[in-house]
Ligand binder design. Structure first.
Ligand code: C2E
Ligand code: CA
Ligand code: CA
Ligand code: CA
Length: 277
């Protein structure tokens, strides 16, 4: 039998590693991805609908696996939550947005950064410490950080109220993400005393369709106005949707119509290209 040379040895090791990597469970792959720094953030601008001025961005996590495959958050956030790894993912995300937030903090418009929290993050004591580390390292103030939490995070409305009040007391802004898509009672949610709600893409999609959801969306907006909540509509893809949302009194929006999620450098360039207010 001919000895496998150095090259063959490496090839064999590589093949074994590839097999192991593809057979790794998702949680194990997430752990190794965190160690290998395979995650990175993209930033999607949030604009004022009246003049399309950029007021902030939502940070969206991405995962480029070692084989080059790009994995969307919908494919791994749930697994991270289920495996008790979401805290590590969130901590990594906070670390990765530090630099961008630091530049935003020095910009005179002080655009904000919106960060997604999973229900587990929202109810964990570690998150507060991690948020303060983010502020300390970036020099940003708490008011420049918006925390997006979906309705699932508010299932225990009593505890949610305590957490929301504590975070807001420290100056962070709190937003209910994907508002109106869950099963919680809307009147419960609006009594939470958050800063803003994000109107889910499903409602924005329904605008052109004149569907039943259209009326629900109009009702939600009306109710939010009554509570003087800020409103951001997500997933805006067409100018016609902007017109309707504005006629409803929705002030801010986000979507491919304005900009796709982009790198931190591209987002900062966009902010710097704006004439100061
Ligand atoms: P989300 O919070 O509702 O984020 C909005 C999603 O809509 C993003 O998908 C964004 O890329 C996409 N989007 C924005 N504008 C448009 C548009 O005009 N058309 C269409 N079709 N899509 C648009 P993405 O980045 O794949 O994120 C999916 C979800 O993963 C997010 O939904 C959020 O729930 C979760 N997620 C993302 N990043 C994080 C994170 O850092 N932590 C946690 N816990 N969850 C995250
Ligand atoms: Ca979000
Ligand atoms: Ca959303
Ligand atoms: Ca959504």
């Amino acid at each position: 039998l001919a000895p496998i040379g150095m090259g063959g040895g490496f090839l064999l090791a590589w093949l074994l590693w590839r097999v192991a990597a593809t057979q790794m469970s998702l949680p194990a792959a997430i752990r190794s991805g965190l160690r290998r720094r395979e995650f990175f953030p993209l930033f999607q601008p949030i604009v004022r609908l009246a003049d399309q001025r950029v007021v902030g961005a939502e940070a969206l996590i991405r995962w480029r696996r070692s084989d080059g495959q790009l994995v969307a958050p919908d494919r791994f956030i749930g697994a991270a939550e289920g495996a008790g790894l979401i805290g590590l993912v969130t901590a990594e995300m906070f670390r990765m947005v530090e630099k961008t937030l630091a530049v935003l903090a020095r910009h005179q418009d002080t655009p904000y950064l919106s960060l997604n929290l999973s229900p587990g993050d929202f109810h964990s004591d570690d998150t507060e410490q991690r948020l303060h580390t983010l502020l300390a390292r970036s020099g940003a103030s708490a008011s420049q950080v918006v925390l997006e939490i979906t309705e699932r995070g508010f299932a225990d409305i009593g505890h949610a109220r305590v957490v929301v009040n504590r975070l807001r007391g420290q100056g962070f802004r709190v937003s209910i993400d994907d508002f109106g898509t869950g099963y919680s009672s809307l009147s419960d949610l609006v009594r939470l005393d958050v800063d803003t709600i994000k109107i889910d893409k499903a409602f924005v999609d329904s605008i052109d369709a004149v569907a039943a959801t259209n009326h629900i969306a109009a009702h939600i907006v009306e109710m939010a106005h009554g509570m003087s909540l800020g409103m951001v509509a997500e997933g805006i893809e067409r100018g016609s949707q902007v017109q309707v949302l504005r006629s409803w009194g929705v002030e801010y929006g986000q979507g491919y119509f304005f900009a796709q999620p982009m790198s931190g450098d591209d987002f900062l360039a966009l902010v710097h290209a704006q004439t100061p207010r």
